[in-house]
Design a binder for this molecule. Structure first.
Ligand SMILES: Cc1cc2nc3c(=O)[nH]c(=O)nc-3n(C[C@H](O)[C@H](O)[C@H](O)COP(=O)(O)OP(=O)(O)OC[C@H]3O[C@@H](n4cnc5c(N)ncnc54)[C@H](O)[C@@H]3O)c2cc1C
Length: 419
């Protein structure tokens, strides 16, 4: 992490629109670089989705080596590798420590604040630090659009008045389009369209999958976990635990497969393939299933031979052809490759994150809008997606830091042209 020495960059403040993690980190970095900064947030409080993330475990980042980390951003991985090098997972942990919040590495490299800290404490400490740095935090201030090349139109919702500001530069960090009640409602796409920036339609990422279970199965299976399974969509597969729900499937492996699943759904009928015994060699599995059943029901035979209890027999009855359970070879193949027909993804508003937003073709290497010099974009409003595991918040922090650096360089260039 590199800090510029504080100096007077511009007399006009830099406007940050959106008080989520991307916007607040951009604000902090700019203030540390000597800029005057004002954050405008539409909601009554800053960082609402950040707090929601906190209630769900608060997985701040991941301890994975950086090159592997970058691959989590799919086709965007070379670009993200440079963002991550600039503000790395280690920088994020240092940032938290500087706010007095210690972190630890949990399972699969996930990084969390230690149990002593509540999400609200981290946010409170951060907002206090921003105020100490002189950042002006304005809640209930909604950005309404652009006015000419440098001016922004805003509404002070408490005072019920509209006004114009002309900042030295602007960082838009308006979030994606899920959990609209936190403020991330995606309505900003219309404001960018006014200046000719076309956005990619939002789509749910990291969300559950819908399956048209029979009424019998819904009643029989209820909300049941399937532990130690592997889930596959096309060529992508991962191990973990899924939860059967009355509308389909939830769980980390399902979330991580939303992108290929979305593509499969767009192309025609889509399936998630369950491997219920991922650690058993297919030959061993078949051998176990060839043992005599001695009149046992399928449920007790699967329990005895493979420790597969409820809801596996009901699931087999639901999605496998009836003759398959009687044939050991066919049953063995099914247990390691059970096709579950998926009818759709859960609604956008329920998703942990969203794909779509501002395409990278609309910004330059510093995340500045090509169509509006001096306006930068950061966080989830950019068109990228990543799985859960700390990759989302890290992506927001790293793009926030990178956009702030872009602002500083742009202001320095503008100042040197003027002098
Ligand atoms: C249930 C849940 C759990 C999650 N858990 C994790 C996790 O454990 N780890 C992880 O890495 N990620 C997690 N995430 C994802 C993470 O919270 C988001 O990716 C992140 O908050 C996005 O940050 P952002 O700054 O880009 O946008 P946001 O946090 O969405 O902030 C954008 C802000 O812009 C404001 N805004 C929008 N329009 C305007 C306007 N016109 N004028 C002014 N302000 C405006 C909004 O009110 C909002 O506060 C979770 C998300 C959810 C929903």
């Amino acid at each position: 992490m590199t800090h510029s020495q504080p100096h007077n960059l511009a007399t006009l403040p830099v406007a940050i629109i959106g008080g989520g993690p991307a916007g607040l980190l951009a604000a902090q970095r700019l203030a540390e670089a000597g800029c005057r900064v004002v954050v405008y947030e539409a909601q009554a409080t800053m960082g609402r989705k950040f707090l929601v993330a906190g209630h769900g475990g608060f997985n701040l980042t991941n301890d994975e080596p950086l090159t592997a980390f970058a691959t989590r951003y799919g086709s965007r991985h070379p670009t993200f590798e440079s963002f991550l090098r600039y503000f790395s997972p280690a920088d994020l942990r240092r940032w938290a420590a500087e706010l007095g919040i210690e972190t630890f590495v949990g399972t699969s490299g996930r990084v969390f604040p230690t149990a002593d800290y509540k999400p609200a404490q981290l946010l409170r400490a951060w907002l206090l630090r921003l105020q100490q740095l002189g950042v002006s935090l304005k809640t209930r201030h909604r950005w309404l659009g652009f006015e000419g090349p440098q001016t922004l139109r805003l509404r002070d919702e408490a005072a019920d008045t509209e006004f114009l500001v002309e900042p030295a530069a602007t960082v838009l960090a308006l979030g994606g389009a899920s959990w609209a009640k936190t403020g991330s409602d995606g309505r900003w796409t219309a404001l960018l369209a006014e200046i000719g920036v076309s956005t990619r339609p939002f789509a749910p990422a990291n969300c559950g999958a819908e399956v048209a279970w029979s009424a019998f199965f819904r009643e029989k299976a209820g909300r049941t976990p399937l532990k130690n399974i592997a889930l596959r969509c096309g060529n992508e597969s991962l191990k973990g635990e899924v939860l059967l729900t009355d509308y389909g499937l939830e769980g980390t492996p399902v979330y991580a497969l939303t992108r290929p699943l979305r593509e499969a759904l767009a192309a025609g009928p889509a399936f998630l393939h369950l491997n219920l015994k991922p650690d058993l060699h297919p030959d061993q599995l078949q051998q176990k299933l060839q043992r005599p059943r001695n009149g046992k029901s399928l449920a007790s035979f699967l329990q005895q031979q493979l420790s597969l209890g409820a809801p596996v027999p009901a699931l087999l009855r639901e999605v496998a052809p009836p003759e398959a359970t009687a044939d050991p070879a066919m049953l063995a193949r099914l247990l390691q490759n059970l096709p579950v027909p998926v009818t759709g993804l859960r609604p956008l508003d329920e998703a942990i994150s969203t794909a779509g937003g501002v395409p990278f073709a609309e910004v330059d290497g510093h995340l500045m809008l090509n169509r509006r010099p001096g306006t930068f974009v950061a966080g989830e409003m950019l068109d990228w997606e990543a799985p859960t595991g700390g990759y989302l918040l890290q992506g927001c922090f790293s793009t926030g830091a990178w956009a702030a650096r872009g602002v500083v360089e742009w202001l320095e260039k503008s100042t040197s042209v003027l002098s």
